[in-house]
Design a protein around this ligand. Structure first.
Ligand code: UGA
Length: 456
């Protein structure tokens, strides 16, 4: 079976590489010539554990190819997957479908025989129908269910564990009412079916909605535990115990109950906004999702204020510029993705307060190649901060250290030793702000320890 993947970003690349591992012939297409040139040389544009090995293997076995020449590969494709971006449309919060429709317009003239078009991109309910209408407009003689079908097949891949999520998914969701398309999709997912992965086949609208409902529900879980963390702080409780206490109830489940600095990334913020917008446009606003968005934004603001107030205390005692080190600037660990990370809001806010900021991130350390990508998100402040090339270097002379992500290399730190390298005095102990609950209170006893949802 021949698969063409339109869009060689995060989802397209991971999905394409994994299908090639299953033995399908996959060609990934992208308009970015440099990216395709690099991919053909085995150079991967993103950090995703295990992806480089899969891509190299795919290239070697000739199961995986990369091209910018869409028209050369569409005519003999059995399945064309759309994995282009659907960013937030600033005017109404809805997903911008410009890239999706452009991809459809590009492939439609070149389709031959029966072709299944699969939306992997996260698209609002009703998009599949709009794609069918677009194809009809472009090629009126082309018949749905005979010459082509449009199927929804959302992805549930987490950055940082995407390969594992693909190879061992909790489920696969397929949205189609066409018997022909259903058969093709069953063939495509046969390798996972053999491993007893539940494959849910439903109608296209429901499938499109499932993706948003899943991300909306997970975002809700995070916003909920973060609000419970606030309550724990007031009553001197322990949010980790609370999470366990509710999570051991199988109806609730233990996963996704880690209190933290609010959710970020390219998915939850965008998808909750789009879901809220869809619900509003259907005249059935989702009070829950509206609140989740609000709760998450105000969480980020209040955790930034907490850092600001620690800075203020230091300023009053020391009467000089305060040195703050931020550890982890991506939206979570195991990724180089910085989109909608709390760091993007926190760092400019601190700089406005005349604070010296040093950053350490395993992906964005001093002299790392990726530093130039940061400019896309942080152009107005990146030149005003310093970069450390190790955790030790980040602690040296810092007044306050703030942990924003949960990389494994942060977990086993010798805090006692690191404390001594900070700018400390009897009047003013070093401050450790742990927004991922990485450290034990006992290990952090030298510091003024700020943590979330725990007894202090
Ligand atoms: C998320 C979903 O988990 C995937 O299933 C989905 O396919 C993907 O979005 C998508 O729509 O493409 P991802 O954004 O990579 O994946 O990251 P998550 O691991 O879900 O984390 C999202 C945010 O929630 C991060 O900021 C993370 O730090 C935060 N989080 C997560 C918490 O604060 N607490 C938790 O318990 C879990």
């Amino acid at each position: 079976m021949k698969i063409v993947m339109i869009g060689s970003g995060y989802v397209g690349l991971v999905t394409g590489a994994c299908f090639s591992e299953f033995g399908f012939d996959v060609t990934c297409v992208d308009i970015d010539t440099k990216k395709i040139e690099n991919l053909n040389k085995g150079i991967i544009p993103i950090y995703e554990p295990g992806l480089d090995a899969l891509v190299h293997k795919g290239i070697q076995t000739q199961k995986l190819a990369f091209t910018t020449q869409l028209k050369d590969v569409i005519h003999d494709a059995d399945i064309v997957m759309i994995a282009v971006g659907t960013p937030t449309n600033e005017s109404d919060g809805q997903a911008d479908l410009g890239y999706v429709f452009k991809a459809i317009a590009d492939i439609t003239p070149h389709m031959d025989d029966y072709t299944v078009i699969v939306t992997k991109s996260t698209v609002p309910v009703g998009t599949g129908k709009k794609i069918v209408e677009l194809i009809h407009n472009l090629r009126p003689e082309y018949r749905e269910g005979v010459d082509f079908d449009v199927v929804s097949n959302p992805e549930f891949l987490r950055e940082g564990s995407a390969i594992e999520d693909f190879m061992k998914p909790d489920r696969v969701v397929v949205g189609t009412s066409s018997p022909l398309a259903k058969k093709m999709m069953q063939k495509l997912y046969h390798p996972l079916h053999l491993m007893e992965t539940p494959i849910l086949i439903t109608d296209r609208n429901t499938s499109e909605l499932i993706k948003y409902a899943a991300n909306g529900f997970l975002a809700l879980k995070i916003a909920f535990i973060n609000e419970m963390a606030d309550l724990c702080e007031i009553v001197n409780g322990e949010v980790n115990d609370l999470a366990k206490g509710i999570g051991l109830d199988n109806r609730i489940g233990q996963k996704f109950l880690n209190a933290g600095p609010g959710f970020g990334g390219s998915c939850f913020p965008k998808d909750t906004r789009a879901l809220a917008s869809t619900a509003h446009s259907l005249n059935k606003p989702s009070l829950l999702i509206d609140s989740v968005i609000q709760s998450n934004e105000s969480r980020k603001d209040s955790l930034i204020e907490r850092v600001q107030s620690e800075i203020q205390i230091k300023k009053e005692i020391l009467n000089r510029k305060i040195n703050v080190s931020i550890l982890g600037i991506t939206f979570k660990a195991n990724t180089d993705d910085i989109r909608e990370a709390i760091s993007l809001k926190m760092i400019p806010a601190l700089l406005k307060n005349d604070v010296s900021v040093k950053i350490y991130d395993p992906m964005y350390y001093k002299n790392s190649d990726r530093l130039q990508h940061l400019k896309d998100y942080a152009n107005d402040w990146v030149d005003q901060v310093d970069f450390a090339n190790s955790v030790n270097n980040a602690f040296e002379n810092a007044d306050i250290v703030v942990f924003l992500t949960e990389w494994n290399e942060f977990r086993g730190l010798n805090l006692k030793k690191l404390y001594k390298t900070m700018a400390i005095s009897n009047l003013s102990p070093g401050v450790l702000i742990d927004y991922r609950n990485l450290f034990d209170k006992e290990d952090a006893r030298d510091f003024r320890f700020v943590t979330i949802g725990r007894k202090t």
